[in-house]
Ligand binder design. Structure first.
Ligand SMILES: Nc1ncnc2c1ncn2[C@@H]1O[C@H](COP(=O)(O)OP(=O)(O)OP(=O)(O)O)[C@@H](O)[C@H]1O
Ligand SMILES: [Mg+2]
Length: 379
């Protein structure tokens, strides 16, 4: 009997796949269609525009929770700049990797000269002069995106970086540089040096979490382009959207599409079922946890760790424990609760009860043991 006759039509042959384009489900994939970020893209372009006419760009600061498209917006902007202008040199710096003034300028040098600085070692002063002089000589504007700029907050490194970039023209007339800061924070808590503030007055561009309809649109587009037709039914997509919305991070949805696709293939199925999604959601949401934890400061981690010690806390009790451990006041505690709530690490709902009016009840949104162990891992 030939294998074809025994094959059920809904089963995949071993060499077949439901993925039309696997790359679309990788987190570093730059999407062709960047939906629902038109206004942010317009603001960014508006900041850069003066440079096209030989002027100085406006500095910008992109703010928003994890997985809201900030890094993607910068990559899209830079792609466009590079295809339209040779007078602007965009440089993307991942501050988690390059977190000193020296390494930031090292990367700029590399981009500008298309090769690394001499390996014999070069002082910061020399590195800086070369970069600034090149910008002046070739009449180029260097636009530096400092992604996850909070990684420069240690030892005032951010002041050194911004100062060097934005006052370069004072020591090297004609040099032009602009900065786009990117942060998954709601407000810039760091107090910049006054000499930096006078030159860095950024246009703030906000990246709010995507609404449910927007999440559905974005993930629906990936499904359409990344899977063969009929692989994911509308109701199943809804379930992926549900899981994504719960964590507010688009990475959860993209990862979930991939994992549930792999789960369907494992069963040799031509379509993804609700069970494939339900079985993968738990793993995909940890992606959000990993990214969300990286944006936390020490006192924020403390509140989260304490919150995970009990199933639920009254805000007042949790504050007492927090205050006992680090001495910080209620205003800061309140700020932290709001942040942890907004990036969906905790629930902080009003109970409607309480002796002195309404009080908030705090609980963590992840398995407490998982949370505590992850907090320990990257401490
Ligand atoms: N509007 C969108 N359309 C299509 N894909 C998107 C959109 N926004 C985000 N994504 C996808 O979601 C993922 C996360 O986006 P991105 O890395 O830009 O988030 P981010 O805001 O920089 O997050 P973080 O603060 O954690 O660095 C990426 O894989 C990106 O392709
Ligand atoms: Mg990012």
């Amino acid at each position: 009997m030939s294998p074809d006759k025994t094959r059920k039509p809904d089963l995949l042959l071993w060499e077949e796949t439901i993925f039309k384009d696997r790359d679309l489900f990788e987190l570093d994939h730059l999407p062709e269609h960047f939906l629902h970020r038109e206004s942010q893209m317009n603001s960014l372009k508006f900041c850069i525009r003066p440079a096209l006419q030989g002027g100085r760009p406006v500095n910008a600061l992109c703010l928003g929770p994890p997985g809201t498209g900030k890094t993607t917006a910068i990559f899209k902007l830079f792609e466009e700049i590079e295809s339209h202008s040779s007078r602007i040199v965009p440089v993307h710096i991942n501050c988690q990797m390059d977190s000193t003034r020296y390494s930031v300028f090292y990367q700029i040098y590399k981009k500008l000269f298309q090769h690394a600085p001499p390996s014999s070692g070069i002082s910061f002063k020399r590195l800086f002069e070369k970069v600034a002089q090149e910008s002046a000589d070739r009449e180029m504007v260097i636009v530096v995106a400092l992604d996850d700029i909070n990684y420069l907050f240690h030892e005032k490194e951010v002041d050194h970086v911004l100062y060097s970039l934005l006052r370069a023209h004072e020591t090297c007339p004609g040099a032009r540089m602009a900065v786009i800061g990117i942060m998954s924070e709601l407000s810039l808590n760091y107090v910049l040096d006054p000499r930096v503030v006078s030159v860095f007055q950024p246009e703030e561009i906000s990246f709010p979490p995507y609404s449910r309809a927007e999440i559905k649109d974005i993930l629906g587009r990936r499904v359409q382009m990344g899977f063969y037709p009929g692989v994911m039914a509308e109701e199943v997509l809804q379930e992926v959207v549900d899981c994504t919305e719960r964590y507010g991070d688009l990475r959860v949805g993209i990862d979930l599409l991939k994992r549930s696709g792999l789960s369907a293939e494992k069963r040799a199925s031509r379509s993804i079922s609700s069970a494939d999604v339900a079985g993968s959601c738990d793993r995909s949401r940890l992606i959000h946890l990993t990214y969300a934890l990286k944006s936390l400061k020490e006192d924020e981690r403390l509140v989260l760790r304490l919150a995970a010690e009990k199933k639920s806390w009254r805000a007042g009790e949790l504050f007492a424990r927090f205050h006992e451990q680090c001495g910080a006041g209620y205003t800061r505690f309140h700020e932290i609760l709001n942040k942890l709530d907004s990036i969906r690490l905790i629930n902080a709902d009003f109970s409607g009860e309480g002796e002195r009016g309404r009080s908030r009840v705090i609980s963590v949104r992840y398995d407490p043991e998982e949370l505590i162990s992850r907090l320990g891992e990257d401490a």
